[in-house]
Design a protein around this ligand. Sequence first.
Ligand code: DQA
Length: 145
Amino acid sequence: MKILVINGPNLNMLGIREKEIYGEKSYAELCAFIDACCAEESAACEIYQSNHEGAIVDRIQQAYGSEDAIVINPAAYTHTSVAILDALRAVALPAVEVHLSRLSGRESFRQISYISPACEKTIEGKGFEGYREAIRFLTREKKKD
Ligand code: DQA
């Protein structure tokens, strides 16, 4: 199984941005963690980060026919992007939405996800571990389908 992991805007600033919310660890550490989680599940893994909505749409479209599943943390685009929702629906790959922080305890504008209707599962508030849970769900549960 080949998994595409997409991280949206400002996640490249992990370890620098709002450490009280997102923690001390860097984006490079997150990528190493994701690689290790995929290796544990014997899945091939491609990690993509962009601060640009259209670039994320392009990358999702490229996954059609080349990747089997998507883990996505759309970051701020979670709360605004119909284009990312439509791209996920267009490729129709199994997808899981991940958020490092617990959105339900944050500002009201973070309570809406435009992305979750295109995802089989949403995991929030578990930090890096949320990515492991998403990868396990896609490799273990989806394999049964
Ligand atoms: C986030 C939550 C979003 O509301 C925020 O805009 C982010 C990161 C998270 O991982 O907790 O940039 O997706």
